[in-house]
Design a protein around this ligand. Structure first.
Ligand code: SF4
Ligand code: SF4
Length: 406
């Protein structure tokens, strides 16, 4: 019997393109106008239903970990962290469907905060208490071997991640100085324990190699479902110091690369310039090929191009130049005037010393604190931008060389 409705449209779309529907990744896109709890609850229900229902991803008897983006802990309106209304809506969905074993956690990158403080400030603790979620242990961790990794063969994973049977990734739609965007693939780095994250930056010291490691991390942790909070996104100097931007969508997928690719489509960014999309596809984590991504909305299936037209904001402030994989681009770091680097606005710097603490280079490529404003030694700098991510005064931006384009 021929399929009708959304499924019929999908079949027709795939047959027209000469593709098997099973080869494709699906992303649900749900428009959301605000963080009003009732609207977000309905959006989460719709998004998950479009993908086949929560039972398609997790079983009732499993221990399920919710992994929001808590970064350094910030008020929800700053658009740095996953909004508590989104977190709460996912808790409601799971509880109402009879899921009993729920926990939550994230390991913040900020060296002077704790997972508990970050969850408190961002409003996640309060939502978790309301739905009786356990705090997963994101303070302790141990090495987990991953011999099948192409780049990383082990990870220092938080105990809370290791104790869970299944992880649901609740990521935030934002820009990122190192990886250009932080969506589904990047958010998993919070599964790595506290200070070990800085070690990872030193171990994988370029956006491309770091993205290769992130793809391996995703393959190791195997999140079952990714949900992106794009109701208010962050553009510009993300992931901490950018500007909130209303995008008014939520994305849902089992494929984080496809989901990040739809994010790219919405902001008119070529996914081939996003290291986590390139590495993710190469590692077999998912697809960034728009022809292999089905986008399901409450009104039916649409293409990436149509999603961009209907829901996108092409002037979104994000870095858009090519990745440094070409021969010419590889030469750029040899020429100082072309070289990417963090730079400090000394008028904004409050000499807090956080950038020095966050710097993963043992001999520290930035010195600050005790009344001294930040000073860089670019010869030691590995361009990881942990300092920019952690600066509470938005004093650090990234200079992308004279040929960089927005
Ligand atoms: S640059 Fe930012 S993090 Fe570094 S000392 Fe100044 S205010 Fe603190
Ligand atoms: S100075 Fe900043 S960008 Fe350079 S290595 Fe240290 S944290 Fe990374």
């Amino acid at each position: 019997m021929p399929e009708t409705g959304v499924m019929g449209t999908i079949t027709l779309f795939c047959e027209t393109k000469g593709m098997n529907r099973m080869d494709m990744s699906t992303v649900a896109l749900v428009p959301v106008s605000s963080y009003g709890q009732a609207e977000v609850d309905a959006a989460v229900r719709t998004g998950v239903e479009l993908l086949g229902g929560i039972g398609a991803f997790v079983k009732q008897e499993e221990k399920i970990l919710l992994k929001p983006n808590l970064l350094s802990g910030a008020l929800p309106q700053k658009a740095i962290t996953t909004h508590p209304a989104v977190f709460s809506a996912v808790c409601r969905l799971l509880r109402e469907a009879g899921y009993a074993h729920l926990s939550y956690g994230d390991s913040p990158g900020n060296p002077v905060t704790t997972p508990e403080k970050a969850a408190d400030v961002s409003g996640i603790s309060e939502a978790a208490e309301k739905w009786h979620l356990e705090k997963a242990d994101f303070d302790a961790g141990s090495v987990v071997r991953f011999p099948e990794g192409k780049t990383a063969h082990s990870f220092y994973l938080c105990k809370g991640v290791q104790e869970a049977d299944a992880l649901i990734n609740l990521c935030k739609m934002k820009t990122h100085a190192l990886e250009r965007i932080t969506g589904g693939v990047k958010n998993l780095y919070g599964c790595v324990c506290g200070a070990k994250k800085a070690v990872g930056h030193a171990q994988y010291p370029s956006s491309e190699v770091f993205a290769d490691m992130l793809a391996d991390l995703n393959l190791c942790v195997k999140p079952r479902l990714h949900i992106m909070d794009g109701i208010t996104a962050m553009e510009g100097n993300g992931p901490t110091s950018g500007v909130p931007r209303a995008m008014n969508v939520m994305l849902f997928s089992a494929d984080p690369v496809a989901m990040d690719t739809v994010f790219c489509a919405l902001i008119s960014l070529n996914p081939a310039t996003v290291p986590t999309c390139v590495s993710g596809e190469r590692a077999g984590l998912g697809t960034m090929n728009a022809d292999r991504i089905r986008i399901l909305t409450p009104e039916g299936e649409i293409t990436c191009a149509r999603a961009a037209e209907k829901y996108g904001q092409p002037d979104f402030d994000v870095r858009r130049d090519k990745l440094s994989r070409s021969f010419f681009m590889k030469l750029m770091p040899l020429l100082p005037f072309l070289q990417d680097r963090p730079k400090v606005d000394r008028k904004k710097c409050v000499a807090c010393g956080l950038c020095e603490k966050a710097c993963p280079v043992p001999e520290k490529a930035v010195k600050s604190g005790n009344g001294k404003k930040a000073v860089y030694d670019y010869k030691k700098c590995i361009r990881c931008y942990c300092c920019q991510e952690m600066c509470p005064a938005k004093a650090i931006t990234v200079y992308h060389g004279m040929f960089a384009k927005k």
